[in-house]
Design a protein around this ligand. Structure first.
Ligand SMILES: [Zn+2]
Length: 381
């Protein structure tokens, strides 16, 4: 029976077993650097935080003591969490973290440094981190999170112990949504497939009619592109949909974080803020504001990931592959595009979508990238 701290982490028993092993042997020392790899939505950062909490808790992760509560709410003084509010991680941010790493723990014997999206570090920042990994101060544990090992420099890879998270199956995700979020079974299966097993995304599609509507609008518009004029219009529409999706997501997340902060601060009547809580709430609001840019970029990337799933479906139909479609609800439109184009053209479209993702990530102007993409996705009537 795993310790309570892991209970929210779903479908990752192998990774949890490895981490529990490290926690139970922590009196004889903990390896100083870890890399959690897994696709977005696999719970990399939650796993990192749970590991940190377990290392700091005297019972190895009871999930209820003061130390665990602080850790899980992101307020533990001995856990430094570097989240990416911006597109990249700056060298200053990494330097600050390296400096904090020298300080040692204040409550316990460990100081834990977590870098979410460690793949967003440029080579220069990675080198600053490398220095810290080469000469670790006693009691400091680094936990890096990235999509895969290949996203990290080989010099960093050779110093970390790797924990690989797996992508849960559509059925596993659906089961979780039914049990945890009371989502109806057939809807749970549909959204788990549409989200390609991204747990957070599946939950959102399953609980927000608007979010599902926006996803569908995006894809229906893509399948209907037949002229250049139509393509240009569709690109504008995608940006509008991405912005609305990002705004909605930001609002939900901001409200959740505020509730959580007020809970930790012990504010019961949330309609009037006691003076002692004001500084913390203000600090939270500032950091939420900073996150807005990143949020639109993520929204655009979600559209591109959804488009990949759509043209993969078209290709599967063209190849008569007989596999379940990600976007089963659009089957008739998918069939129609499959008939009017060739597998070769679908492969080229998939390639163009990947290219657009790279260009958006590299800060090329959004509308320009999406217009070029939409033109390349058109299918003649
Ligand atoms: Zn505890």
């Amino acid at each position: 029976m795993p310790t309570p701290i892991w209970r929210e982490l779903f479908g990752q028993s192998d990774a949890i077993a490895q981490l529990e092993q490290a926690v139970s042997n922590r009196d004889s020392g903990v390896h100083h650097a870890w890399l959690m790899t897994g696709p977005p939505g696999s719970g990399r950062s939650n796993m990192a935080v749970a590991f940190a909490a377990a290392l700091l808790c005297k019972d190895g992760g009871c999930a209820t003591c003061h130390s665990c509560t602080l850790a899980m709410s992101g307020n533990h003084p001995d856990i430094n969490l570097l989240t990416t509010e911006k597109v990249g991680i700056s060298i200053e941010e990494v330097r600050n973290l390296v400096v904090s790493a020298q300080m040692g723990g204040s409550m316990g014997r460990y100081r834990i440094m977590i870098i979410e999206d460690a793949d967003r570090m440029a080579e220069r920042s990675s080198n600053v981190l490398l220095k810290a990994l080469e000469e670790p101060p006693a009691g400091t544990v680094w936990i890096l999170c990235a999509p895969s090992e290949a996203d990290m420099l080989p010099t960093i890879r050779s110093r970390v112990r790797r924990i690989a998270l797996k992508t849960p199956s559509v059925e596993e995700v659906a089961k979780l949504l039914v049990e945890r979020d009371s989502i109806e079974h057939s809807l749970a299966l549909t959204v788990a497939a549409e989200a390609q097993s991204h747990i957070g995304m599946a939950r959102r599609l399953g609980t927000s009619v608007d979010a599902r509507g926006r996803r569908k609008d995006t894809l229906v518009a893509a399948l209907a592109i037949d002229t250049v004029t139509n393509a240009v219009y569709t690109a504008e529409r995608w940006i509008e949909l991405a912005r609305r999706d990002a705004d909605a997501l930001t609002a939900e997340r901001d409200a959740d974080e505020r509730d959580e902060l007020l809970r930790v601060l012990g504010v019961e009547d949330t309609s009037k803020l006691p003076p002692y809580a004001r500084a913390d709430v203000k600090a939270l609001e500032e950091s939420q504001k900073k996150r807005a840019t990143r949020s639109l970029r993520d929204g655009l990337d979600r559209i591109l990931v959804d488009l990949l799933s759509l043209f993969r479906d078209v290709l599967m139909v063209q190849l008569s592959a007989g596999v379940p479609l990600v976007n089963e609800s659009l089957k008739s439109q998918i069939d129609s595009v499959a008939q009017r184009s060739t597998a070769q053209q679908s492969l080229e479209k998939l390639h163009q979508i990947e290219l657009a993702r790279t260009r958006i990530a590299a800060n090329v102007k959004d509308l320009m990238v999406l217009e070029a993409l939409a033109v390349n996705l058109k299918t003649k009537r």
